[in-house]
Design a protein around this ligand. Structure first.
Ligand SMILES: C[S@@+](CC[C@H](N)C(=O)[O-])C[C@H]1O[C@@H](n2cnc3c(N)ncnc32)[C@H](O)[C@@H]1O
Length: 409
């Protein structure tokens, strides 16, 4: 007669409930044999596996990951564990941001007259811990439109030589990734994002573009980049980070001597439009305030030179690149104003209202006025900043893998 432990005995010994043990059996984590009467019977090997499963679960791995690791069917356990570590690190950083901001708010000056501490905290922390632009399908569309609209302006002259390994942290849905890879047909790319949903979308986009053989999309955090790599390229990521210099230092550490970093960021302060409108400027200000509350900086473009220098990069150059939509550029009026900039600032409507920054009427009037600048007689300008920095002195051997970039010419 077969010997072993019943599910009840193991529940008692491990502290897991019978329900959890049954669920783990159904999900293939630990699947014991059955007695002729159909009861679960855990063999000594099942008990060993159960204890290993409990250890892996305590790390926070998902049940299917635990099952694959214990079955030996995970093709790269080290990669799974590294990706998990990156996720844990990202979570810790998010929690630290929330903790620091909460401490700051609670230690700050007394709340506005008549406001209780809970209201102050709710107002100040509306956006904390979340990514200000959100992860909705409309934001993915906006990022794709932004990349397509601005490809010539932002990517012009950015090309990496054959054989170079390029890292793109904060790749989002892969909108810039496919442009970068298409413009450097002999380079290899590693694209990184901390959000699994973005990674999945970027991977699908890379595959659809037929670039999967030389573009690897991974879950990971910019503060812990894989390396060494020859070049780094960053689009619209630093604006969201509470400590951008820390991220830049980490990226510098991932670069080989002679490597370069290319950073492209916007600056809402460098927005100009006609007809001018106080309501439209107030909408932009809502986005700036919320991004600041989330730990970011919508005006980071103007800070790129000092940030790269503080992070230890050499030979820093910065090039402002302005998109100006007017009657002679109806394509830009449509893509930049209607499909890129306005949807981005309009996307903060709910949090801006929740934070008490504006009223529905004023916000909607401001969005209408922004769209008005794309109509006949209107104009709209936005300036992006493209910075390039290098690591160490370029040697003859590394020079051959340097990117072509007009800002360095
Ligand atoms: C504005 S999107 C830009 C995406 C892409 N670079 C583009 O221009 O289309 C910023 C992205 O950075 C990611 N991100 C934010 N913080 C990050 C971090 N610490 N490490 C890696 N990715 C991060 C977000 O998940 C988001 O997908």
């Amino acid at each position: 007669m077969a010997t072993g432990h019943t599910v009840g005995e193991l529940a008692e010994a491990t502290g897991l409930s019978v329900r959890v043990l049954r669920h783990w059996d159904e999900r293939g984590v630990v699947s014991p044999s059955r007695t002729p009467a159909g009861h679960r019977l855990y063999s000594p090997a099942d008990v060993v596996r159960l204890h290993r499963a409990i250890t892996l679960r305590a790390l926070g791995l998902r049940l299917e990951q635990v099952a694959a690791l214990l079955d030996g069917s995970d093709p790269d356990p080290a990669a799974t564990l590294r990706a998990h570590l990156a996720g844990v690190d990202a979570d810790l950083r998010r929690r630290r941001t929330v903790r620091d901001r909460l401490a700051e708010v609670l230690a700050g000056p007394p709340a506005a007259a008549g406001e209780d501490v809970l209201t102050t905290v709710l107002r100040e922390m509306t956006m904390i811990g979340s990514y200000v632009h959100g992860y909705h399908a409309s934001e993915a569309t906006r990022l794709r439109d932004q990349a397509a609209t601005l490809a010539d302006l932002l990517h012009e002259g950015v090309a990496f030589p054959d054989g170079a390994h390029v890292l793109e942290p904060g790749c989002g849905v892969g909108a810039q990734t496919v442009v970068l890879a298409a413009r450097s047909p002999g380079a290899r790319f590693t694209a990184l994002d901390r959000e699994p949903g973005q990674v999945a979308a970027a991977r699908a986009r890379v595959e659809a573009a037929g670039l999967a053989d030389r573009v690897d999309v991974r879950l990971g955090d910019v503060h812990d980049p894989p390396g060494p790599v020859d070049h780094v390229v960053v689009f619209f990521l630093l604006e969201h980070l509470p400590r951008p210099v820390e991220a830049l230092r980490a990226l510098r550490g991932a670069l080989r001597p002679g490597g370069t970093i290319t950073v492209v960021e916007g600056d809402h302060g460098a927005t100009a439009f006609h007809p001018d409108s106080a309501d439209a400027r107030a909408v932009i200000a809502c986005q700036e305030v919320l991004q600041r509350q989330a730990g970011g900086d919508a005006g980071i473009g103007r800070r790129l030179a000092p940030l790269l220098a503080d992070a230890g990069f050499d030979d820093v150059t910065v090039e402002p690149r302005t998109a100006h939509a007017h009657a002679g550029r109806p394509d830009l009026a449509d893509s930049l104003v209607r499909r890129t900039f306005t949807p981005m600032v309009a996307g903060v409507r709910e949090p801006a209202l929740a934070a008490g920054l504006t009223t529905p009427e004023r916000f909607d009037a401001g969005v209408r006025d922004l769209l008005r600048t794309a109509e006949p007689g209107g104009t709209f300008s936005y300036t992006f900043f493209r910075a390039v920095g290098a690591v160490g002195t370029r040697s003859a051997s590394t020079r051959s893998t340097s990117p072509t970039n007009p800002s360095r010419a």
